[in-house]
Design a protein around this ligand. Structure first.
Ligand SMILES: NC(=O)c1ccc[n+]([C@@H]2O[C@H](COP(=O)([O-])OP(=O)(O)OC[C@H]3O[C@@H](n4cnc5c(N)ncnc54)[C@H](OP(=O)(O)O)[C@@H]3O)[C@@H](O)[C@H]2O)c1
Length: 379
């Protein structure tokens, strides 16, 4: 899909991940302009931009091309048509927390996504979020648009409005998303439909451009993959997120290194990882034994060993729980449990943690509502 010049990129969700990767994509000298949709940090970023304190690139300042207070404002302020007659945003990158039980991200971005009129056309949608099954609602709502799925290994936080700290790592893996399993998953007797092939090719072309722009910004480990590989990487990341994050909350706030140094918890963490290593090849239709080694991804034992050194680290789900924010439960636990169930596969550890944490979150929110009703009745 040839990109028009200039290229306009909109990042929805100006938090830690959004601001860091936006700052590394913005190249006005070659006509790549990145704008941000903010929420609570709008006033600060609109007035002062973003200050980044990074391990890999030192301290620097990022002034987005434009800053919007809401997604609908960005829809109203979309770039006007260029010589090719196409207006609107070329890429929309979603970097909010993935909370499908609260917000339908695909419906939210409808204001800023130009619907494709034929397969492989329209705004390219890019998702940089944890968990699995995050792409399907976008594919359903935007059947023709190129979609790029990204998995990031980074440790970053927004310490105050407009100030983002990157503690370590920059890796971002990219893959096209057509139907969730990729062309190569089709059986020998059924070739991929021409729509799937066109979507896959257009998404792949957009992905290579995006990867080259990140590389230009200094992200050396922005790595392009096939659809199938990217989904395997997504499930591999889940071995960490679905084991450490929920367990940190359920163990009363134990950090990553402490969890793997406690023998019973270490066994539990390993058990959760093994469930995901069992599910992933079955759900993604790849030969058992070809995951994770053939992609050079770490084994469960290697991940646990390296976690022993990760002292002081608290998973984001624990930080969200402690701050009373909703947790990314559905994409990290709910979706894998449902995908397994649809295929008659067992994952008792994931299912138990999902049931317990969902109930705990619901109870806490009920209590919050009761407290508010109580406050009101004093008046
Ligand atoms: N941080 C990391 O190190 C890291 C590492 C790997 C993967 N991830 C994943 O990356 C994703 C993003 O994480 P994050 O740490 O960057 O989260 P974050 O710092 O909480 O950033 C999310 C941002 O999205 C904003 N937002 C939410 N809904 C919005 C809306 N409707 N309109 C405009 N802005 C909206 C939030 O605004 P408010 O501040 O107003 O809520 C917040 O600024 C998550 O899926 C996470 O699991 C994060």
């Amino acid at each position: 899909m040839p990109q028009r010049q200039p290229t306009h990129i909109l990042v929805v969700g100006a938090g830690a991940v959004g601001c860091f990767y936006a700052s590394k994509l913005h190249h006005p000298d070659v006509g790549i302009f990145v704008s941000l949709v903010c929420r609570s940090n709008y006033q600060t970023i609109a007035a002062e931009g973003v200050q980044l304190k990074t391990r890999d690139f030192g301290e620097y300042h990022f002034t987005p091309h434009r800053v919007f207070a809401s997604i609908s404002d960005a829809g109203r302020g979309a770039p006007t048509a260029g010589p090719d007659g196409h207006g609107g945003w070329d890429y929309v990158i979603v970097t909010t927390k993935a909370l499908p039980d609260r917000v339908d991200d695909a419906a939210s971005v409808e204001h800023v996504v130009r619907q494709g009129s034929s397969p492989g056309t329209g705004t390219t949608i890019v998702l940089i979020q944890n968990g699995v099954g995050i792409e399907a609602p976008h594919r359903l709502r935007f059947p023709n648009n190129p979609i790029i799925s990204c998995v990031t290994v980074i440790s970053a936080e927004q310490v105050s409005h407009g100030i983002v700290v990157q503690n370590r790592w920059t890796r971002i893996s990219l893959g096209p998303y057509s139907d969730g399993v990729g062309n190569e998953a089709q059986s020998a007797s059924s070739s991929p439909s021409s729509t799937t092939t066109t979507l896959s090719n257009a998404s792949t072309e957009s992905m290579h451009l995006l990867q080259s722009w990140w590389a230009r910004g200094g992200i050396k480990d922005a790595e392009p993959h096939s659809e199938k590989e990217l989904q395997l990487i997504r499930w591999h990341k889940l071995t960490i997120n679905a084991s450490m994050n929920p367990s940190a909350v359920l163990s009363g706030g134990t950090g990553n290194a402490d969890m793997v140094l406690l023998p019973e918890l270490r066994m539990h963490i390993r058990g959760v990882m093994d469930e995901i290593f069992y599910l992933a090849p079955r759900i993604l239709q790849v030969r058992e034994g070809s995951f994770p080694e053939h992609l050079g991804l770490a084994s469960a034992e290697k991940i646990i060993k390296s976690t022993e050194r990760n002292k002081g680290a608290k998973p984001s789900m624990l930080l969200d729980w402690e701050a009373g924010r909703p947790m990314e439960l559905e994409v990290i636990l709910g979706n894998p449990v449902r995908m397994a169930r649809e295929r008659g596969l067992e994952c008792p550890r994931l299912q138990s943690m999902y049931a317990l944490l969902k109930a705990a979150q619901d109870r806490r929110e009920e209590k919050g509502k009761d407290a508010k009703v109580g406050e009101g009745s004093k008046l």
